[in-house]
Ligand binder design. Structure first.
Ligand SMILES: Cc1cc2nc3c(=O)[nH]c(=O)nc-3n(C[C@H](O)[C@H](O)[C@H](O)COP(=O)(O)OP(=O)(O)OC[C@H]3O[C@@H](n4cnc5c(N)ncnc54)[C@H](O)[C@@H]3O)c2cc1C
Length: 179
């Protein structure tokens, strides 16, 4: 990042500590402890981190109404999701594209466009929210769940995993939304 000056490393784990905001620094000893049993390469990377910031991540139950007359929400405000599918910004951009299409279709009738856009979006964004939760459970599995996960993925290849997310990566076709 920043023309090669910075290397951004993200580590995800469950913690009981959480400060609101974008800038709280994390506790290095907690990071060390959480990745105590990690493989050598991960530990080497972890030990290169001098400081790290900690973000609490959270989502909400999927909703279907984030519009009130001439006010609507887009992105995280409408459908906050966990990061396991790296889709927060992706879905926010899709919202914007669909809203543009809805405004074109309604010839600038804002209230109608907001309703149409919301109707077109809520099942897809809800599916991403719920699927991200599911992937979180898989990634952080422990005990029998972990054993079962490892057995199921053993011998699998990357494309098999991605096949289950085809609906998401296939994207949207805004021009066919409102006909
Ligand atoms: C560490 C991390 C990694 C991520 N990686 C990915 C990834 O790989 N792929 C992906 O798709 N997504 C990723 N995301 C998620 C993505 O960043 C968010 O989903 C996305 O930024 C949401 O966009 P948004 O426009 O809805 O909200 P935001 O980007 O949060 O924008 C909201 C804006 O509103 C401003 N604001 C807040 N309150 C007020 C106020 N009262 N008045 C005026 N302005 C205000 C904020 O300052 C902010 O600029 C990641 C997030 C994090 C934290």
């Amino acid at each position: 990042m920043r023309r090669g000056e910075l290397f951004n490393l993200v580590a995800i784990f469950h913690s009981y500590k959480c400060d609101e905001g974008w800038s709280p620094f994390g506790d290095t000893s907690e990071l060390t402890e959480r990745f105590m049993d990690a493989c050598r390469q991960v530990k080497e990377l972890r030990d290169k981190m001098e400081t790290w910031k900690m973000w609490g991540v959270c989502d909400r139950e999927p909703g279907k109404n984030w519009t009130n007359r001439r006010a609507t929400l887009l992105g995280d405000a409408a459908h906050p999701m966990l990061q396991y599918l790296a889709q927060g910004a992706g879905q926010a951009i899709e919202d914007a594209v669909d809203l543009g299409e809805a405004l074109r279709f309604t010839k600038g009738d804002v209230q109608q466009a907001f309703q149409k856009c919301q109707q077109a979006r809520y099942l897809r964004t809800g599916r991403v929210q719920l699927t991200a939760r599911f992937y979180g459970d898989i990634y952080h599995a422990s005990g029998v769940q972990r054993g079962l996960r490892n057995q199921m993925f053993q011998g699998g290849h990357e494309s098999a995993g991605l096949a289950g997310l085809k609906w998401m990566y296939d994207g949207i076709e805004p021009s066919k939304l409102f006909q």
